[in-house]
Design a protein around this ligand. Structure first.
Ligand code: ZN
Ligand code: ZN
Ligand code: ZN
Length: 369
């Protein structure tokens, strides 16, 4: 694929070779990613890659405490879970592998944890608690961006170089976005932003970093994340487990196992009455290339939010061809559901992504109204 300018649309992605329906066009890991705070109470996932960690029993305990359930035929029917659970040496963050732990440390976690003295470590906790109390996960993701800035700056003493990974992203003040699209009074978000920055400054500020600790800069980085964020989602291993369990039930003769299976089946029925599904691991991140794909209401590709890596599912951005694509053709995905009524679809695109769609489906739908 190649990224180039499209008249009237800015940058877009083009096929440098023909693609067949089903071909994988993109599969990339996030530059930065976080699991939503509210999601952490239902699923235990790796701080870095979002893959489920721990055992199935531990996962089930989170959303169905004290259940006394025995999970039957786990060896055969359960999907593989990373149960290594590697903790940070200093804080309570948990990783699925040494590789993820090292990646987090090398990118941002050193500046936000290991390198902090006791006072600053406490200051960071205060920053996190402030964001959680206000229900503003965006500040937590922004802190990771700042962690990246600071770590690179300490290495190279070159702020320009440190800011580079985020240079090409669209930036709009976050306080404008929440005022315009989420209809929130600007004073509220401005106060939250100001307080949050004050906390973060007590953690990361040092000489040479004056420009990134201005309110305007902090506002823009928060806005950049809001606009360019791709939501990620990893389906619960229990979905696969309960499906595969069916394949083994008929052949099973052990009495105890059969009892466990029927207890588990009862649990599944109760679950499906209360909630429609097992909890996913959910979060959001920014990706280097994913955001270049333009929208079409008749897309030739589809984006995904997780992918297999080393035998487990983790947060990655994927784009797959859903039609045959010719060499030189633009590759497009649908930002909003193509099946939505034309006016609803277009107003969502306008509100959330600030453009008027000019695709062939919009033109024909509008003319037939
Ligand atoms: Zn991981
Ligand atoms: Zn830590
Ligand atoms: Zn359209």
């Amino acid at each position: 694929m190649e990224i180039k300018n499209v008249v009237g649309k800015g940058l877009g992605v083009f096929a440098t070779a023909a693609k067949k329906k089903g071909d994988l066009i993109l599969d990339e890991e996030p530059i930065l990613h976080m699991q939503w705070t509210s999601n952490k109470q239902f699923t235990k996932a790796c701080e870095y890659c979002l893959s489920f960690i721990g055992t199935l029993e531990e996962q089930i305990e989170l959303f169905y405490p004290q259940n006394n359930l025995k999970l039957p035929l786990q060896n055969r029917a359960a999907p593989k879970l990373k149960n290594e659970k590697i903790s940070c040496d200093k804080c309570s963050e948990v990783y699925c592998s040494t590789k993820c732990k090292e990646s987090a440390l090398n990118k941002y976690h050193r500046a936000l944890c290991i390198d902090l003295d006791d006072q600053k470590f406490q200051n960071y906790k205060n920053f996190v608690n402030h964001a959680i109390a206000l229900n503003r996960d965006n500040f937590l993701l922004t802190a990771k961006v700042y962690g990246m800035f600071v770590q690179e700056f300490r290495k190279s003493k070159d702020l320009e170089k440190a800011l580079k990974p985020f240079h090409h992203f669209m930036k709009t003040p976050w306080t404008d976005i929440v005022a315009n699209y989420l209809n929130e009074p600007k004073e509220i978000s401005q106060t939250a932003l100001r307080e949050s920055l004050k906390f973060l400054k007590t953690v990361l500020y040092e000489e040479g970093l004056e420009t990134i600790f201005t309110e305007e800069f902090y506002d823009n980085i928060n806005g950049m994340l809001q606009i360019n964020l791709a939501e990620t989602k990893i389906y619960s291993p229990f979905n696969e487990y309960s499906e595969r369990l069916q394949d083994f039930v008929d052949a099973e003769t052990d009495k105890q196992t059969l009892e466990d299976i029927s207890a588990f089946a009862k649990f599944l029925r109760e679950m499906s009455e209360k909630v429609s599904n097992f909890p996913y691991a959910e979060g959001g991140g920014v990706f280097a290339n994913h955001h270049y794909f333009n929208h079409s209401c008749v897309p030739n590709a589809q984006n995904g939010v997780s992918s297999w890596k080393d035998g487990v599912k983790e947060a990655r951005a994927t784009v797959k061809a859903i039609k045959d694509i010719k060499e030189g053709e633009e590759i497009t995905i649908a930002y909003v559901g193509s099946e939505l009524p034309v006016l609803e679809r277009r107003s969502m695109l306008k509100d959330l992504y600030t453009f008027d769609c000019t695709c062939s489906k919009c033109i024909s739908d509008l003319s037939s109204m």
